[in-house]
Design a protein around this ligand. Structure first.
Ligand code: NAD
Ligand code: LMR
Length: 321
């Protein structure tokens, strides 16, 4: 029987409350019969985590081999196949994700040090806690034992949002839409790009002003819109995107995908920032697609999102070796 060890941080929080049940209902991991689940949260959340454990047990999932709840990062991360790094403070109304930077950076620095000590080169790490890309950079730079390609940040929520908004606009099915790109940061500077997009393999002809005045700002500000309406940041849709992200890494994808990955200078983007590029995933590995045409109307915006990530890197420099 094939068993994988899956660790989730921030396990007593809102995203985890949806994510855990989604994963256990239908494992996204290739060739895996069951999982050992390690749920990490801070000491103050242990009682709530215990209640969550009861609920998980009450589901009698076939897919669950073993369940541990803990506030001990070493216990949570040892021998992990995946670490889903959700644990961090979310923003509230009126904040930008980057306002969380100094509240959350220390969490990722100290957890990175444990990961580096107790994990192996096969551990896959997905960073969700905001600002996700810069937190992922902190993880990357403080885990020299983990290959760069094993560390990604969540951009799939933005990709899903873009696909859904376009499907509604064109009255098409989401599954017929492909080749949407999300460039840059998981923030309001991200650049959702429809200029290579196809529907049922055909080019689409969209009004330039709809793209720039409606589509792009809508995707960029969707997280804030959810907070405005729900009073809380997105949780179920974020969990669903994490599930999709795992699926892409494990099983590959026919479509281009959006992952935050370490830049090595692709598309002349500054190296050593975590940047969302178009990615082709094969199931077990992925490559940045390096030949996508960038429409001239987007090139200035790409610089803005790159600059923002460079600025965030500067702010967290004391957390980088
Ligand atoms: P939440 O407040 O409901 O839960 C966060 C949990 O993390 C809490 O249980 C808290 O106790 C825990 N936590 C805090 N510090 C911790 C630590 N050091 N170790 C382990 N656990 C710790 O928040 P949420 O709605 O679940 O969101 C979590 C994070 O995900 C936020 O930063 C949010 O902004 C971010 N987010 C990212 C995306 C994305 O697309 N990248 C989408 C949605 C939310
Ligand atoms: C989102 O995109 O919904 C999350 O990053 C939460 C937020 O702060 O917007």
């Amino acid at each position: 029987m094939a068993i994988k060890n899956i660790s989730i941080t921030g396990a007593a929080g809102n995203i985890a409350y949806s994510l855990i049940f989604r994963i256990l209902s239908n494992l996204p991991f290739k060739a895996t019969d069951k999982i050992n689940l390690r749920l990490l949260d801070i000491p103050e959340s242990q009682k709530s985590l215990e209640g969550l454990k009861f609920e998980i047990e009450d589901c009698a999932f076939d897919s669950l081999n073993d369940l541990v709840t803990t506030d001990n990062t070493e216990l949570a991360f040892s021998d992990a196949d995946y670490i889903l790094m959700v644990g961090a403070k979310p923003r509230s109304k009126g904040m930008e994700r980057s306002d969380l930077i100094l509240d959350n950076a220390h969490i990722f620095k100290s957890q990175a040090e444990t990961i580096n000590d107790v994990c192996s080169k096969k551990t896959n790490i997905i960073v969700v806690g905001n600002p996700a890309n810069t937190n992922a950079l902190i993880i990357n730079q403080n885990t020299p034992n983990i290959p760069n390609t094993n560390i990604t940040s969540l951009m799939k929520l933005d990709h899903n949002r873009a696909k859904s908004i376009l499907a509604t606009k064109l009255n098409e099915k989401v599954e017929d839409i492909e080749k949407i790109v999300i460039w840059g940061n998981h923030s309001t500077t991200q650049v959702p790009d429809l200029y290579n997009c196809k529907v049922s393999t055909k080019n689409i002809n969209l009004d330039h002003s709809w793209i720039h005045e409606t589509f792009i700002p809508r995707v960029q500000k969707r997280g804030g819109e959810i907070i405005e309406f729900r009073g809380l940041s997105s949780a179920a849709s974020a969990a669903s995107a994490i599930y999709d992200h795992i699926n892409v890494l494990e099983n590959g994808s026919a479509d281009w995908q959006a992952l935050g990955v370490l830049s090595s200078g692709e598309y002349n983007i500054t190296p050593d920032i975590m940047f969302s590029f178009p990615v082709v995933a094969h199931g077990g590995s992925y490559n940045i697609k390096d030949d996508v045409n960038i429409h001239q109307s987007l090139s200035e915006s790409l610089k803005v999102t790159e600059e923002e990530l460079i600025k965030e890197r500067e702010i967290v420099k004391k957390y980088l070796p």
